[in-house]
Design a protein around this ligand. Sequence first.
Ligand code: GDP
Ligand code: GDP
Length: 462
Amino acid sequence: MSFTLAIVGRPNVGKSTLFNRLVGKRLALVDDTPGVTRDLREGDARLGDLRFVVIDSAGLELAEDDSLQGRMRRLTERAVEEADICLFLVDARVGVTPADEIFADILRKKNAHVILAANKAEGAAGDAGALEAWGLGLGEPIRISAEHGEGLDDLYDVLRPLADDFAERNVAHMPEVDVTLSEEEAEEDESAVPMPTEARPLQLAVIGRPNAGKSTLINKIIGEDRLLTGPEAGITRDAISVSTKFMGTPMRIWDTAGMRKKAKVSGKLEKLSVADGLRAVRFAEVVVVLLDVNIPFEVQDLRIADFAETEGRAVVVAANKWDLEEDKPEKLKELRENFERLLPQLRGAPLVTVSAKTGKGLDRLHNAILKAYEVWNRRVSTAKLNQWLIAMTEAHPPPAPGGRRIKLRYITQAKTRPPGFVIKATHTDQIPESYGRYLVNGLRADFDMPGTPIRIYFRDQG
Ligand code: GDP
Ligand code: GDP
């Protein structure tokens, strides 16, 4: 697990409701009566592709014969000590109460890492309370509704960068299961991904809106060592490729406006349209989506990135013209945030900054391309997958529509480039999309397959 999150706040703000939602099981008891006896609950939470331990501090409320303030102080202090991050809930419908103020005070003094959230914020009734929560001096409150599941994407956005920090400190990984590999499978697992060679160069496309800097980038990569190949007969009249070595790695770069200019295939010098660039995606293994850092993530960029994902290509996002950026750390943070929000389907795909003009960052780009290629080609052993599937279904069982529980019996990786998995199951037509996403995100996280499109195919076991 990557980090521990404690949900703190006065009684009745919705801590247990949120806990239940994050854990996805009815583990904690929810009751309208403040101060109902509860045990300290700890659960494995999931939010998008994040996994963490969540503590419901509601159970800590009942230290007997103690003043309210004393109890709250103790429970909060304990939560702060046990957790990496405190999620401090207030009730948006009630507004900020004196008890909330005491909590805020304790959290500030403890120097805890606090995320403030105004719960019960569904509808307009929570507006005033959410605004009031600003006054606690703990930053901007996230508006959520634990009961209706609203605002969890905002919570994700706040947790994600923190999770990355903690992940560096802890090794977050698979649920611990005893995996014994057969010899055959050990071999399968070790079979290395074929690295690009001169005979089989990595097929790359650089796509992006006009003026993003595609031609500049490709010319920089090609440098002097270029070998242009003209339109290849029998493929498409617009497809042009150039074979080159990018930092020592043999690559073939497909069809861009810049190469057209260089190759002078058509007499015309005007740039190719985005549609032409998209066509190059079909020939590519790895697609670099090049953004202009001054105008990143506009609709056109999103469409292009989405297209690459839909086509099953490994994707690297590169923000170009980085040399023009003044406040680089701030801008990078903003880019990452927008990336996660706008391109959830590419969650975890590498985002690198480059300057095609100066050549700075091209080493990062090269490494990201190679890594994406490796992940795209990755094969996971059947034994590991099935141990994983057991842990996943135990942590969060599939639903039981009409009382008949869906059973996921067996998983195997059916293909690579991109990775595709087949799961044999019962009632496959009833498996909700959300459960499929849960599995995809789990595969991504547990087998370190960021960014690559992952497909799961359910098959009735017959
Ligand atoms: P706790 O004491 O902080 O753990 O609070 P509970 O989770 O037990 O919730 C207290 C009450 O608030 C229950 O009646 C919940 O149904 C209700 N509640 C929790 N979250 C929400 C929400 O997002 N909106 C609304 N309207 N009610 C909520
Ligand atoms: P394309 O339409 O995507 O092929 O874009 P071009 O390569 O033709 O570049 C468009 C404009 O952006 C040109 O004026 C380039 O000089 C400029 N440009 C490209 N890359 C960079 C960069 O890294 N930094 C800066 N400052 N300008 C760049």
